[in-house]
Design a protein. Structure first.
Lengths: 292, 273
């Protein structure tokens, strides 16, 4: 920490106490409860419970619907990352180039970022409703769109709803990344390489790598957690449970199905996934310091 | 000539991007100014109708919900209380905790550091059910405290205030110490004024974050008196134009923040990620 510090016997605890207190009650207590639940088997009526070892974990691993949710979550994060990343990058590159109207484009492109996922989901609902939905009609005329029976159509529904606002986030970060690249580097590269497109892929894009990597993490985290509001306001997991993300499934099993053991085990599996992502993130940050 | 063409292409691509972002909201807005009867027979609308004032004032003041106990206006009030509470509480606790970590010799500093920062691994979505049980044990279901406290239990802001304090030169504290400043007045008179922009950015970001909460208010409020805007969207019943108008209104606070406080908000995003 600092070389010069205050020496005191109690002041530091006065400053730390409020946050630690809130964390202990509202974070550590529920987390401990989650671990307790995960290793306990409860009977269906909540009358009794007993230590169950890893039974809850074995149960979710043998449950096909857990793998359906796992598969969907992976596909969902991959597709959202790809779509929003490439559209965001494309728009950021254009916005970085234009001479006029740069700030107007910026303002108009970033504000969907502030809209809640649940609000986006409710909006998407109208565009995909059988009665009013423009996109429903459009897709229906193209190939007979029916999201509550056809898995592929349901995927399209939640992917469009989930990607829309995330384009803004990718745009903001890519634009910031592009603006951070030094003008001299670009000017020097213009002398060496005349082709715009080749220059972009050989000079600019590699320089954007830190931003790209960072955005991949952001988009994955978004697809894992923030899309809850989108799923809950659009398909609710339909047709069967093919569009349930892992987080959504844990919520449904715990809150609607009252299976605390399974929900707890699922939460712990998610914590492990988040831990792995975070380790990646830290290694990346260390890598960046190394380069500098 | 080539330059002219390529800049035209730039503007063209950007305009398509703008259309993707704005047209959906425009359609919902335009549709919200028609009567429900008109929407039900003609579908979503591209052009404005005559029912703007009628629809919006009806939604704001009409009793709705399962038991007709709440108006949209009350939901906005609830959302503001919740979002402001979350923003104030996280700024204050994080500012203090970061100060304690950076400027003091703390026993077991590493343990406390990890105790605080490991919480970043466990978003609220992962502890939703046990959190609900804890809140009901504490009798905090259907209270503002219940809506605010668990969302404020986050170390993200602490992390960034800590980074910021570490970037402040040591000489500042040395000079202050020579003048006989104690830890409390150093915090109040030196650090807080220095962190003003940072505090504003974190505050705005946490406000929007709090306002946009969906799952937690959904679980924590069984009484309609505590419904918030974003959760109320799904549960609110009414005619189709009521719902359109409510969707549009629900976006206004965060969108105003991002348009007028763009610089601060973006700074907030960069610090909070």
């Amino acid at each position: 920490m600092k070389k010069v510090q205050f020496k005191s016997n109690y002041s530091q605890y006065f400053f730390l106490a409020p946050q630690l207190l809130i964390l202990l009650i509202f974070l550590y207590w529920p987390i401990i409860q989650t671990f307790k639940d995960a290793f306990t088997m409860q009977d269906a009526f909540g009358f009794g419970s007993q230590f169950a070892g890893f039974d809850n974990f074995l149960f979710i691993f043998s449950d096909p619907s857990y793998f359906t949710a796992f598969k969907f979550t992976i596909i969902y994060s991959f597709v959202i990352t790809l779509i929003t990343g490439s559209i965001g990058l494309l728009l950021a590159v254009q916005a970085n180039k234009v001479m006029h109207g740069k700030s107007a484009y910026k303002t108009l492109l970033i504000w969907p970022y502030a809209i809640a996922p649940a609000v986006v989901g409710v909006m998407a609902n109208y565009f995909f409703s059988e009665r009013y939905g423009l996109l429903h009609h459009l897709f229906n005329n193209l190939w007979g769109f029916n999201w509550y029976e056809n898995v592929f159509d349901a995927y399209i529904y939640v992917i469009i709803a989930g990607s829309w606002k995330q384009i803004s986030a990718n745009f903001i970060f890519f634009l910031a990344g592009l603006q951070a690249i030094q003008k001299t580097v670009i000017e020097a590269s213009i002398i060496d390489c005349k082709s715009n497109i080749r220059r972009f892929w050989t000079i600019t894009f590699p320089l954007l790598m830190p931003t790209t990597f960072f955005l991949i993490i952001i988009n994955i985290t978004y697809a894992f957690f923030d899309t809850f509001g989108i799923i809950d306001t659009t398909t609710i997991g339909a047709p069967g449970s093919e569009t349930k993300t892992l987080v959504y499934k844990a919520y449904i099993d715990g809150f609607k199905g009252l299976d605390l053991g399974s929900a707890g085990a699922q939460s712990i599996m998610m914590m492990i996934i988040v831990l792995v992502i975070t380790i990646f993130q830290f290694r990346y940050i260390e890598g960046k310091i190394h380069y500098n | 000539m080539i330059k002219y063409i390529s800049s035209t292409i730039n503007h063209l691509i950007l305009s398509i991007g703008l259309l993707i972002m704005i047209v959906p909201i425009w359609i919902i807005f335009a549709s919200s100014t028609h009567s429900s009867l008109f929407i039900n027979t003609n579908g979503l609308q591209f052009f404005l109708g005559d029912n703007f004032i009628e629809n919006y004032s009806r939604v704001l003041f009409k009793q709705s919900g399962f038991f007709n106990e709440i108006t949209a206006l009350k939901m906005f009030f609830n959302s503001f209380v919740m979002a402001t509470g979350i923003a104030i509480l996280s700024v204050i606790t994080s500012l203090m905790a970061a100060y304690g970590l950076v400027y003091f010799k703390v026993k077991y500093a590493t343990i406390i550091f990890w105790l605080i920062f490991i919480t970043l691994l466990v978003p609220l979505e992962l502890r939703i059910m046990p959190s609900y049980i804890v809140m009901s044990k504490l009798n905090l279901v259907n209270t503002f405290a219940g809506l605010i406290l668990p969302i404020s239990a986050s170390a993200i802001a602490t992390f960034f205030f800590r980074q910021f304090y570490k970037s402040i030169p040591d000489e500042l504290l040395e000079a202050a110490k020579l003048d006989g400043t104690n830890s409390w007045s150093f915090f109040i008179d030196f650090l807080i004024p220095l962190s003003k922009t940072m505090i504003a950015a974190v505050f705005i970001f946490m406000f929007v974050f709090g306002y946009n909460q969906y799952l937690w208010p959904l679980i924590m409020t069984t009484s309609e008196q505590y419904w918030t805007v974003v959760m109320g969207l799904k549960t609110m019943y009414g005619s189709i134009s009521d719902r359109f108008a409510f969707v549009i209104m629900s976006m206004i606070p965060p969108v105003i923040i991002i348009i007028f406080l763009q610089k601060l908000f973006i700074q907030g995003i960069f610090q909070n990620k």
